[in-house]
Design a protein around this ligand. Structure first.
Ligand code: TRH
Length: 400
């Protein structure tokens, strides 16, 4: 693997950052914010305060956290409960509102009173759609305060803000994949022996999906043994139902034909990567797990977060268009068929054999894709953006 590009930005340890996270549902909002907070604090030396309005969700990703506390320190980050009565605090130098959550009015007013105004960024959802590159970095002046908010879009091309990637992630991934002892330790940690070499290992993190039974049928009736690892969550009742169990829970194992299903506990965020690295194929969903599956360099199937107006189909197709550019025609067709069947919740069992047939090509492609993306690091881009805004402001003041 090629070494990653050297960080282009060094920021003084005194730089402070407030990240605001409103948990809408599931774990994606807090998943992204928590990952970014740790990176800014631990890799770039920022003083990070993470304001979260749902500490129970946060504690799932970071089990050492105490959801009852108003203030706590976790992994180098100050984690604060974000509640209605917002305390009078000094706003940070860099203010990140995640996914257009609404900042407290008192905080916005306090930002406006700072002599050097904070760099205020709205970190948007990830999308591969073309319009993103035109909107990345755009300013939005506040209607009546001397403040400007900037749109910062993650993405897959150089014209966007890139993706969250820890500095050592790919090195740790490679070390894990080349070390049988680390892999054995992983399997032991989930209460299992290392599976036989001919077993296909699949992780399945997904929303409810009516196509699950068909997929399980394809695996149970297939020629290759399949071990499917299902983290506790929204798909679990359906997985249990398939095996006639109304109370599936972590630790249970089910078998039918050539399929074995094991239910896993929801693990802390850092450990989820190991699950992706240990498997041959990963089913992921939403936003953050989808990015992690890409860093794993393995074939994956993405269940996109469904939106009422069906705009998620455009988003899915935009990603497929980009991802499939350098993929052979047969592999591209097989991948699209399974992804679309899984997202339509119909026909995933029929689409599976085609996908399994091109798995080797999909795996090389997945590794090539990682190399293509790895130099475009969101945290570094964000810090470069911060510096650039500061530089532009200085020029403007000098020119006045
Ligand atoms: O949970 P998600 O579906 O999250 C979201 C939200 O619904 C959000 O509102 C929506 O806008 C967004 O999707 C698109 O999927 P996501 O983004 O993959 O987040 C899951 C997080 O949980 C991710 O950080 C990985 C983590 N995780 C663990 O930490 N441990 C686990 O065992 C598993 C399975 C996941």
């Amino acid at each position: 693997m090629k070494p990653l590009a050297k960080p282009t930005t060094t920021i003084s340890a005194a730089l402070s950052c407030d990240i605001f996270c409103n948990v809408i549902d599931n774990y994606g909002d807090i998943g992204v914010c928590w990952r970014l907070a740790r990176q800014l604090a631990n890799e770039h030396g920022l003083q990070v305060r993470l304001w979260v309005d749902d500490l129970d969700s946060f504690a799932k990703l970071c089990p050492e956290a105490d959801a009852a506390l108003e203030t706590q320190h976790c992994r180098g980050v100050e984690v604060r409960r974000w509640q209605h009565d917002f305390p009078a605090v000094q706003p940070a130098d860099l203010v990140i509102e995640a996914f257009a959550c609404k900042l407290p009015q008192s905080y916005i007013e306090a930002m406006a009173t700072r002599e050097i105004k904070p760099v205020w960024v709205n970190l948007e959802y990830l999308s591969a759609e073309d319009w993103v590159r035109g909107c990345h970095g755009l300013p939005s002046p506040h209607p009546n305060l001397p403040l400007v908010k900037y749109f910062f879009f993650p993405g897959f091309t150089r014209q966007t803000g890139g993706l969250l990637l820890e500095r050592d992630l790919l090195v740790r991934r490679d070390a894990f994949q080349n070390d049988a002892a680390q892999q054995q330790a992983f399997w032991r940690s989930i209460g299992m022996q290392m599976p036989a070499a001919d077993t296909l290992k699949v992780s399945l993190f997904s929303y409810e999906n009516a196509a699950l039974g068909g997929l399980f049928d394809a695996w149970s009736g297939g020629v290759q043994p399949v071990l499917c690892l299902v983290p506790e969550g929204r798909i679990l009742p359906q997985a249990g139902q398939y095996f006639g169990d109304a109370a599936p829970c972590a630790g249970k194992t089910y078998s039918r034909g050539n399929l074995q299903v094991r239910v896993l506990p929801f693990v802390e965020q850092e450990r989820y990567d190991e699950l992706l690295w240990a498997c041959d194929v990963n089913y992921v969903r939403g936003e953050d797990s989808c990015v992690r599956a890409q860093w794993a360099g393995k074939p994956f199937i993405w269940q996109i977060y469904p939106q009422h107006d069906s705009v998620h189909w455009d988003k899915l197709q935009a990603f497929l268009n980009l991802y499939n550019v350098t993929l052979g025609a047969a592999a591209s067709r097989a991948l699209q068929e399974l992804w679309k069947a899984w997202n339509k919740e119909s026909g995933a069992g029929q689409a599976w054999p085609g996908f399994a047939e091109v798995r080797g090509e999909l795996e090389s492609h997945a590794q090539h894709w990682v190399r293509q993306l790895a130099g475009n690091n969101l945290a570094l881009n964000l810090l470069d953006f911060y510096r650039e805004i500061g530089r532009m402001r200085a020029i403007k003041i000098e020119g006045q």
